[in-house]
Design a protein around this ligand. Structure first.
Ligand code: HEM
Ligand SMILES: *[C@@H]1O[C@H](CO)[C@@H](O)[C@H](O)[C@H]1NC(C)=O
Ligand SMILES: *[C@@H]1O[C@H](CO)[C@@H](O)[C@H](O)[C@H]1NC(C)=O
Length: 531
């Protein structure tokens, strides 16, 4: 202090200024240092808390799930290796567990948690009978994709969009069939030239464009169903939800809102979608307010069906827009993957073409082309079902969250809080369920329908514990009637109008990513006008 106040050096302006400047700089540096320090300090704590809590969690899991055998690495620390192993060959691990532990349950390590696979029809039947307060599919999906942050928190509060698909949408398939058929024809003509020369067409991306257009003809009608920006945003929505969901679930739950702030694309999708749907939905809400729920000339589409199921407090532009996105999410990719598999199968197995064409043509000759006629195309149904059996959406299906400790009829107990699922691909490839299960037999199911005299048991939409593509029980896919109709109408169109083949005669190979399976994403199919 004294040195500073040395009376012999009269403080001039200059040094005073530079001291002030230096002090300011120092304060800034100190401030920055403190900020960085406290940031690292906080991050350090967050990391430590996260690591300790996940180790404790791993020990608790190990104790609570000790009765359930595991496949892959399974120690408290090695289970993290197991998670990496799962992301690389999850499909093989599930297959291994399926063969090793028939009729019971086994667990596989995922990052930060275990997934329990229930094995065999008995356990599935127990799940089917369980109430939603014990065993819940929506809570499982909500966790997988962090739906609160990626699809909107209101989706979890009310599932009226599921009711809208299950009931009014499905009931209107016959009435709206002509529109869907018209869109299939227009979309194929736009995307796949009918020329005498062979044209190479990328299968999956083209299937997706045709399917998003066709589905949205049913959902929102013309002209919006042909708006490229609207279609693109709906095609991308599922990918955005999955990507953001995957990132957000890597964080411990107390950090998820922060992660969502950085990764969620919900607001962007919602904005874009609202720019197309906002005024349409607002108009419906206004008309309903003015004339009551059954105003004349009300369009017969998804928006109407949603409003017929929505509780009054959720009848808002935002909420209905979120539901249209959610239904597109459930519909577009699933159906596009299934169609791509069917197309690869048709193009690489020319021996099926004649019989399929004969069936399609003779049914149309008798009944015309409508929903009832599609119902009579059993060989076509069988072919698509067989294609989907060997090209399912993944190794696992029937994801459920256990909400109360649940005891299966075989005595296995799954404690509350854990996630379960059933083996999909392994069930489909089990010789006990399907003779020569790994062989493609396009008319497998239509032959079963003939020989067993069964009208509907073996058709693609019928629930069956050995065919889990659409799930089971109260949560079974409500869109499956539409999906199968659309798939059949599309493949029938291909059969009637085009010849197809694969370039080198070989069916493009499927690929696996963790639990997911995909047909080759980039391969092409050759098309030309039918001769
Ligand atoms: C080939 C195409 C499709 C496949 C493979 C498929 C598969 C599935 C599966 C496995 C589930 C879960 C069932 C369970 O956990 O038990 C599901 C649920 C659902 N699907 Fe599909 N789906 C397809 C097409 C569609 C379409 C076209 C729509 C809409 C029009 C749709 C709407 C839904 C909805 C809303 C749910 C949720 C059901 C609930 O929460 O209760 N799906 N789907
Ligand atoms: C969404 O729209 C709102 C209002 O128009 C705007 O304030 C917001 O920045 C937009 N958000 C994104 C992510 O586009
Ligand atoms: C998919 O098909 C493309 C084009 O035919 C090929 O180059 C690629 O190797 C295939 N991918 C897989 C995983 O088989």
């Amino acid at each position: 202090m004294t040195t500073c106040q040395n009376p012999t050096t009269n403080g001039t302006e200059k040094p005073a200024h530079s001291t002030a400047y230096l002090t300011q700089l120092n304060i800034c540096l100190l401030y920055a240092y403190t900020m960085i320090h406290s940031l690292f300090y906080t991050l350090g704590w967050v990391l430590l808390v996260t690591v300790i809590s996940s180790i404790i969690r791993a020990w608790i899991d190990r104790w609570k799930l000790r009765a359930i055998p595991s496949v892959g690495y399974s120690g408290v620390l090695t289970s993290y290796l197991g998670a990496i192993q799962f992301s690389r060959k999850g499909h093989e691990l599930i297959q291994e567990g399926y063969e090793k532990y028939p009729g019971t349950a086994f667990k596989v390590p995922m990052l930060f948690k275990w997934l329990i696979v229930i094995n065999g029809p008995k356990m599935l039947d127990d799940i089917r009978r369980a109430g939603p307060d014990e065993v819940n599919a929506r809570k499982a999906l909500a966790e997988i994709v962090s739906s609160k942050y990626t699809m909107g928190p209101e989706i979890q509060e009310d599932y009226y969009h599921v009711a809208a698909v299950r009931s009014p949408l499905t009931k209107n398939l016959a009435t709206r069939f002509a529109d869907v058929q018209d869109e299939i024809a227009c979309a194929f003509d736009d995307f796949i030239p009918r020329t005498e020369e062979w044209t190479k067409v990328p299968a999956l991306s083209t299937a997706m464009h045709i399917i998003s257009r066709t589905s949205n003809r049913l959902f929102v009608g013309l002209p919006l169903c042909r708006n490229l920006d609207y279609l693109r945003l709906n095609e991308e929505y599922a990918k955005n939800v999955m990507d953001a969901g995957l990132k957000i679930t890597l964080f411990p739950s107390f950090l998820m809102p922060l992660a969502a702030y950085f990764f969620s694309t919900l607001q962007k999708s919602l904005n874009q979608s609202t720019s197309h749907l906002g005024s349409i939905i607002q108009d419906r809400l206004d008309k309903e307010r003015e004339y009551g729920p059954d105003w004349p000339e009300k369009p017969n589409d998804l928006i109407t069906w949603l409003l017929s199921e929505a509780p009054s407090e959720l009848k808002t532009v935002r909420d209905v827009t979120l539901r249209v996105l959610a239904v597109n999410f459930a519909a577009i990719h699933t159906t596009s993957l299934a169609f791509t598999h069917a197309l690869y199968d048709l193009a690489s197995r020319p021996s099926y073409v004649t019989a399929l064409r004969e069936e399609v043509e003779s049914v149309i000759e008798e009944d015309g082309l409508n929903k009832l006629a599609l119902g009579k195309m059993r060989k076509l149904d069988s072919f698509i079902k067989e294609s989907h059996r060997l090209g399912p959406t993944g190794a696992l299906v029937v994801d459920r969250k256990i909400l109360k400790d649940f005891t299966f009829s075989n005595g296995v107990v799954i404690p509350a809080g854990y996630a379960i699922a059933a083996a999909n691909a392994a069930t489909n490839c089990d010789d006990a369920n399907y003779p020569n299960a790994r062989e493609f037999d396009g008319f497998r199911f239509s032959k079963m329908r003939e020989s067993e005299g069964e009208g509907i048991k073996h058709q693609m939409v019928s629930p069956n514990l050995n065919y889990l593509s659409f799930g089971t029980g109260r949560y079974i896919c409500p869109g499956r009637f539409f999906a199968v109709n659309e798939l059949k109408a599309m493949l029938a169109y291909v059969l009637l109008k085009y010849d197809v083949k694969v370039e080198d005669g070989k069916r493009p190979k499927d690929a696996w990513f963790g639990r997911m399976s995909m047909p080759n994403l980039t391969a092409s199919v050759m098309f030309r006008r039918r001769t």
